[in-house]
Design a binder for this molecule. Structure first.
Ligand SMILES: CC(C)(COP(=O)(O)OP(=O)(O)OC[C@H]1O[C@@H](n2cnc3c(N)ncnc32)[C@H](O)[C@@H]1OP(=O)(O)O)[C@@H](O)C(=O)NCCC(=O)NCCS
Length: 168
């Protein structure tokens, strides 16, 4: 499969909704928040969020990631959402999206990426994915999302170049 990674566009919104729902891990309220973050990223890129998409040969969105600078920090960035169409998982799409986010963050002066996820068993593959990409579990809040469902925080240090710095 030939993938293109590039800025997500407003016309990709329906595919974002489909992908979020088809992954089967997000609660309905989380899906709504994912769309809010996506809308903000494509309407006002960089004000709070950026969105990158992975596109197949037919220019169809098969995965996306939203990230942005963490407010009130110097050079810390959050990876807010990443999701890949299940039909396209385990083919390097998620890795390509994450690496593109990390390079963009470095160009903007970012020195650290933080991702938050759940300790639920259905997020096991997601945690394996982050660990494989060099993220380390740095904090955990027991019962954060629900009883028995901890918040797990992963961190990866970056090497900022600052070429496209927007803050910090
Ligand atoms: C997490 C997610 C984005 C990974 O996307 P992907 O395109 O399948 O990931 P890649 O193919 O690039 O995987 C890179 C590496 O991560 C690890 N990995 C990915 N999926 C895995 C799985 N299901 N089980 C174990 N390891 C996995 C592997 O080491 C993999 O390399 P390999 O295939 O060469 O062994 C995707 O599974 C997804 O959309 N999950 C549901 C949504 C979600 O949990 N989002 C994050 C929470 S906000």
């Amino acid at each position: 499969m030939t993938l293109r990674i590039g800025a997500a566009r407003a016309r990709d919104r329906d595919r974002v909704a489909e992908i979020v729902s088809s992954t089967g891990v997000f609660r309905a309220a989380e899906g709504a928040v994912a769309l809010e973050v996506f809308d903000s990223a494509v309407e006002r890129p960089g004000v709070d969020y950026f969105a990158l998409g992975a596109f197949d040969e037919a220019d169809r969105l098969v995965g996306f990631a939203c990230y942005g600078p963490t407010p009130c920090t110097l050079g810390t960035w959050d990876l807010y959402w990443i999701a890949v169409d299940p039909a396209y998982q385990r083919q390097g799409t998620g890795r390509a999206l994450m690496e593109a986010c990390e390079r963009a963050i470095e160009r903007r002066g970012g020195r650290m990426v933080v991702v938050e996820t759940s300790s639920r068993p259905d997020y096991g593959p997601t945690r394996a994915f982050y660990r494989k990409l060099g993220y380390r579990e740095t904090a955990r809040i027991p019962d954060f999302y629900a009883p028995g469902d901890d918040l797990v925080v992963y961190v990866k240090p970056l090497t900022p170049s600052g070429r496209d710095r927007v803050h910090g």
